[in-house]
Write a protein that binds this ligand. Structure first.
Ligand code: SAH
Length: 412
């Protein structure tokens, strides 16, 4: 089956039934919030917080302190191999193995950028596949993770948006992408030798705020110190959303000061209705108000994502309107990340010209908006997943956003 854009459908379907929100050759994908559940991933230790992990062990007739040991193996040593855990008695291994099901299996690994970029295709327990991309930079290493198999948001320019929503990932399915990246960093799988994973961006497949509960638990596993979680810095974690306003407000109340990225792509409802179907529910003004509230609640500068599409949304008057909309809500609270469109196979849209990009940026800057555009690192990665390749570029920028260095550079 192919999509409207003629793109072959990636193998994300666990059964022969098309997923809800799926498209046929002559239909547009439809907005969908409800995954068609085909069973959840088996419960894994890291779906649970530490207290629940202890309970899971005592339920197996094992001492609670084993939960600490296992958690440290997972979050400090990045291992799930019971053979590599000398402090766990061999007699307990079978029982414990039931809490460590293998959920995220590598299918394909691609290297790009002279080994500084590693893109993984993973197979989940039910055959669904998702991707993540690990990128090394001089000052940081960033992982772009998936939060859903497919996506229900149906954005017409996005490769994943064309697939429809298959299902939500569980917390452990999200976190195990991270553990494996941590392991790859530590063991020196990226060029340049061993390094540390510093940044996470939820810019892979899926709409993270449509899988709210699992994503919040995943954020806790990322941020909470060991043995609860990896102990990463919240400010180095970016959650990117198409603009689910109530969920943005909820996220602001979680007390997790992660960076919020808004996929705006148009400053006016006429155009955004076309580019982002969920704009039919929450309009540009409501979305920017929510983004501003997020900034006020967390103190984290919000990132505005804007894929520049030739003759579609790249006009100087739209840059001016965007600047006006942001300035109307205060100064210095948002940073705009224009990204040249990464065309998905078969699409009629292309990236803006360099000239149009420059004019767009100049207009934003002339109107007091901090903004930065980046070169297309990762461009030699297989373009089949246009969205992930783009997310890699996004991650580069987003990670930069909240550093002083980034601020300075953006304002140059
Ligand atoms: N669903 C979330 C996160 C996943 S997409 C969201 O919409 O924010 C990550 C980013 O890549 C989003 O800003 C998305 O709009 C953008 N994107 C998707 N397809 C793209 C493409 N073909 N070219 C450029 N950016 C794209």
């Amino acid at each position: 089956m192919s999509t409207r854009a003629g793109m072959p459908r990636p193998e994300v379907r666990p059964t022969d039934q098309p997923p809800e929100g799926a498209v046929s050759a002559d239909a547009q994908p439809m907005l969908s919030f409800t995954p068609k559940r085909r069973g959840k991933a088996p419960t894994h230790l890291v779906d649970l917080d530490l207290a629940a992990r202890k309970k899971a062990l005592t339920d197996l007739g094992l001492p609670a302190f084993r939960a600490d040991q296992l958690s440290r193996h997972y979050f400090d040593r990045f291992t799930v191999d019971l053979q590599q855990m000398p402090d766990i008695p061999a007699s307990m291994r079978d029982a414990i193995a039931s809490l460590l099901p293998s959920l995220v299996e590598p299918v394909i690994t691609q290297r790009a950028d002279e080994g500084m970029t590693l893109k993984h295709l993973w197979r989940l327990f039910d055959g669904a596949t998702v991707e993540s991309v690990l990128m090394r930079y001089p000052q940081r290493t960033t992982l772009c993770v998936s939060s859903q198999a497919g996506c229900g948001m149906a954005c017409p320019f996005c490769a994943t948006g064309q697939m429809g929503l298959s299902r939500n990932l569980s917390t452990a399915e999200i976190i195990d992408q991270v553990r494996q990246a941590q392991f790859a960093c530590r063991t020196g799988e990226l060029s340049g030798g061993p390094t540390r994973l510093t940044n996470i961006v939820f810019m892979g497949m899926g709409e993270p705020l449509a899988n709210y509960k699992a994503v919040i638990a995943a954020l806790h596993r990322l941020i909470d110190p060991s043995p609860e979680g990896f102990g990463m810095s919240a400010r180095h974690i970016t959650v990117s959303t198409v603009g689910l306003v109530p969920a943005i407000d909820k996220l602001a109340r979680e007390g997790l000061p992660v960076t919020l990225a808004i996929s705006l792509h148009a400053p006016d409802d006429d155009l955004r209705d076309e580019l982002i179907p969920v704009n039919s529910r929450w309009k540009v003004a409501e979305l920017l108000d929510a983004a501003r509230r997020y900034f006020l609640a967390t103190g984290r500068r919000v990132s505005i994502e804007y894929a520049l599409i030739k003759d579609m949304n790249d006009h100087v008057r739209r840059a001016k309107l965007l600047a006006d909309e942001l300035n109307a809500r205060g100064k210095g609270w948002a940073h705009v990340n224009p990204i040249p469109l990464n065309p998905t196979p078969g699409t009629i849209w292309t990236a803006s010209t360099r000239r149009a990009q420059n004019a767009f940026l100049a207009t934003l800057r002339d109107n007091g908006i901090s903004t930065s555009i980046r070169d297309t690192r990762g461009s030699d990665i297989d373009g089949a997943c246009g969205q992930l390749a783009t997310a890699v570029k996004d991650s580069h920028r987003s990670a930069e956003l909240n550093t002083l260095e980034g601020n300075k550079r953006a304002n140059e």
